[in-house]
Design a protein around this ligand. Structure first.
Ligand code: SAM
Length: 226
């Protein structure tokens, strides 16, 4: 995997309320960052990237799940646009059964990262599957998931309608959608407007140090927490 950049993430417990404590160092091929997840204290995860990207939106969503004390054990979770898989892998380590999805071109890297970071006994709980928004949705049963996650997936205007359609397909009455977003352009707000037309949407967290918003969406007026 010479062509890939390797990043290591260490998850101590003490940084949970101290985002400024997140550290990043860089050598030629290896970056180290620290992120807060209590339950997987001390574990270092290793990810391969084609291009080192900003995974902070995924990290902030991991931290939100931790801060809220959301019990993920045996929950059925799907992640859209999983990219490196950081979020889905952490959620698997926290006890969920997770389907990590992305476009076909992203799956090899995603699968490598899942294999590299999950112990053999947890691997059956993480399934990597192609899901291009709006396509072949029949491969995913509506109502099969308790939680639908997306980190940094609201950024391409031409995908907004398909992304919304995918969320509508996947989200049952009892399911919860959590999206971590950075509002980079005015058009990103258009997606939130579209989302609000189909779901009850609330902003449940804002990390000002990282400029990351977390939105929760549910069907109807249901407001139950996980
Ligand atoms: C900015 S990256 C975020 C990756 C990861 N969630 C994270 O936070 O590090 C956006 C992801 O969405 C995926 N994506 C973009 N358009 C998509 C589409 N039409 N269908 C499915 N996935 C898509 C990309 O392949 C990429 O992995």
């Amino acid at each position: 995997r010479k062509e890939y950049v390797k990043l290591c993430f260490t998850f101590p417990s003490s940084l949970i309320r101290d985002p400024a404590g997140m550290q990043e160092g860089c050598t030629t091929q290896t970056l180290h960052r620290q992120c807060p997840i209590r339950e997987i204290l001390g574990i270092t995860l290793t990810f391969f990237f084609k291009v080192p990207g900003d995974v902070m939106l995924a990290v902030v969503l991991c931290a939100y799940l931790e801060m809220e004390g959301i019990d993920l054990r045996d929950r059925s979770v799907i992640e859209l646009g999983a990219g490196t898989g950081l979020l889905g892998i952490v959620v698997t380590l926290l006890g969920a059964r997770v389907t990590l999805t992305d476009r076909a071109a992203a799956l090899e890297l995603l699968e490598s990262n899942v294999q590299a970071n999950l112990p053999p006994e947890l691997r059956p709980r993480a399934v990597v599957k192609e899901l291009t928004w709006g396509k072949d949705l029949d491969n995913f049963s509506p109502g099969a998931f308790d939680l639908i996650l997306g980190a940094d997936i609201v950024y391409l205007e031409e995908t907004f309608a398909e992304l919304l359609g995918t969320l509508e397909h996947l989200c049952s009455e009892r399911a919860v959608i959590l999206l971590s977003c950075r509002i980079r352009y005015e058009r990103d707000l258009d997606f939130l407007r579209m989302l609000r037309e189909r779901f009850s949407v609330s902003e449940v967290h804002y990390d000002s140090s990282k400029d990351v918003h977390i939105y929760k969406a549910q069907r109807g007026s249901r407001r139950d927490d996980l």
